[in-house]
Design a protein around this ligand. Sequence first.
Ligand code: NAD
Length: 297
Amino acid sequence: MSIIGFIGLGNMGGPMAANLVKAGERVLGFDVVPASRDAAARDGVQIAGNAKGAIENADIVITMLPAGEHVLSVWNDVVPHAGQGTLFIDCSTIDVESARKAHKLAAERGIATLDAPVSGGVGGAKAATLTFMVGGSEHAFARGKPVLERMGKRVVHCGEAGNGQVAKICNNMILGVSMIAVGEAFVLGEKLGLSHQAMFDVVSASSGQCWSLTSYCPVPGPVPASPANNGYKPGFAAALMLKDLKLAKAAADSVKAKTALGTQAAEIYDHFAQQGHSGDDFSAIINLVREQSKARS
Ligand code: NAD
């Protein structure tokens, strides 16, 4: 049994920490929000009085926080109090620059680190079926992998420090763009008289096939489990998609990569969020496409 310090017990961190407890680990957790601490305590997480208390005797420390500024602030606060053999793993989705800064600040104190953002959402966190995209040394990866496997079904080593975040934002940039493309195709088909089912039957077996269509179809009917059948309740909220597209844009700018479609997808989701839809599932973007298409006819 390892001792695992877990900081950030929110929608994702809460169930991830609970799965570590179920797997027989001793988990010492902390969150700034009392309700998150209480929920984690009900799942068997021992609650520490503060972040330092959660990490002091830990073999492994996991953070699952909203953004880069939170991760850097927490790591700056707790890394100096960690034992030399501790491994720090950040599972949050954050900007590549902050992820690399976090690795560096720990490395300066001889502490091993991984960035390990996830895909799979809250459902995957609860079911322990997340995919982890991991950046860091081979040695740190070998140590962290068994713990990550207790919370997920796939753990992929992506290379050096920060590369987990690179893989994550590249994946979500493809997802954001492809969901808009699928939405545009359905709306175009609707306006030209093609049924949703006929569109699905053809495209799902043709070269336009993609996850946004076949697993997460943005119209009700063809894929019964998709959020479109449930009033576009997330799922993966538009606000989180916007966050990831902005991270991809910032990363692209930092290395002068041209990502025209990723940039436009960020603008489209920004507009959608500003219309009050940030809490809708990201596949609801089809409703914006439909509304804008009405305005044009
Ligand atoms: P969340 O807001 O539910 O959880 C974050 C938690 O961190 C909150 O409970 C908050 O109180 C806590 N926190 C903030 N600052 C803190 C501090 N200084 N010390 C201790 N706790 C602190 O967010 P979430 O949905 O759990 O997402 C966490 C991360 O995972 C984000 O980076 C997000 O982008 C990423 N992610 C989320 C999803 C999803 O579907 N929700 C999917 C993949 C990745």
